[in-house]
Design a protein around this ligand. Sequence first.
Ligand SMILES: Cc1ncc(COP(=O)(O)O)c(C=O)c1O
Length: 398
Amino acid sequence: MHTTTALIHSIPVDPLTGAVSVPIYQTSTFVQEAPGVNKGYDYSRTNNPTRATLESLAAGLEQGSTGIAFASGLAAIDAIAKLLQTGDEIVAVDDIYGGAYRLFTQVYEKFGIKINFTDTSNPEHVFNAITPKTKLIWLETPTNPTLKISDIAAIAKIAKAFNCLLCVDNTFATPALQQPLSLGADIVVHSATKYLGGHSDLIAGIVVTKDPELGARIKYLQNACGAILGPFDSWLVIRGIETLHLRIKQHCTTALEIAQFLQTHPAVDRVYYPGLPSHPNHAVAKKQSSGFGGIVSFTLKNDTEAAAVALVSSTGLFKLAESLGGIKSLISHPANMTHKSIPAEKRRAAGVSDSLVRLSIGLEDASDLISDLKQALDQPYTRTTNNHSIQQVSTTAN
Ligand SMILES: Cc1ncc(COP(=O)(O)O)c(C=O)c1O
């Protein structure tokens, strides 16, 4: 059976009523027949039937044993970090999502957990960054926002050799394109706010583990710490997942067209899209995923923050907003938005330059999106680098 058919039919019909849509069990508690005797549910922080349906759906999609749904992607990341003890170390991708950077460095470092950031697109760097205290390797692939690709299978071998857990943030690729657990990772994490939800209408996070015992430890933390996903949002994610494969297919097709257009525009310096043969990790991306995703980033010839700010303020269809993975195309300036919590030198060193612009390609027609980008890129600020023009740009940006 094809994946899409299996996915659609893995969402159960309600056994009580035959409803084809999963019921939203909007309840905090469940009546017990006698103390401790219940139908498998006693309190919705601990377990809820709507959330449980999402959790098993996510586990199936990622080919794992256990799914655990959280109130946000960061709450999901937080639960994984809580597996560690004081003195432990994490080796993490240097071009990490800004919120994960903030969580690791501002919250966990003060509890004595050290983070070694490295360019994980070269497995040798991961090998070199590991110390006897390393317990967790943290990848995003593709990364946010420079779309770096790390070789999951190669790094999984290193993780096994050093007895570390390998966690892959699969938010950008989604299980429709890439299944890290089948490539050797131990844990997959998602900001389900993005493609899994798919409609920019919720905040949610999901963890999936390969090993049921590890899954049980994270499930314990979900209940003990309490950052659970509510029933209605769980239902929205289920509804999003129902069309995931179809949406991703279209996101990928349009994103490639847009990346190819950007490559030809004289104002654009560099285009970041793993589907372009010029991408430095194109071969690895091709090997480990069945498509290249819906995010495209680029830098301007006028490599200034002012030019990028002016550009992101000049598009019409591309809405200037944080987040990604929805049906409406979004444009953002990571240096000022998603990656603001990373100090400028570290951000630049990780490849996030001042003029870098990130696009989340939605489901609009590709030709309309290209026209919108073209009119914004054709404006003079994208190419001029003298101070006079930059001055003008600041005025425009404000
Ligand atoms: C790759 C990645 N992981 C995790 C997160 C955090 O997810 P959330 O915003 O749902 O907490 C984000 C948010 O942008 C992200 O881009």
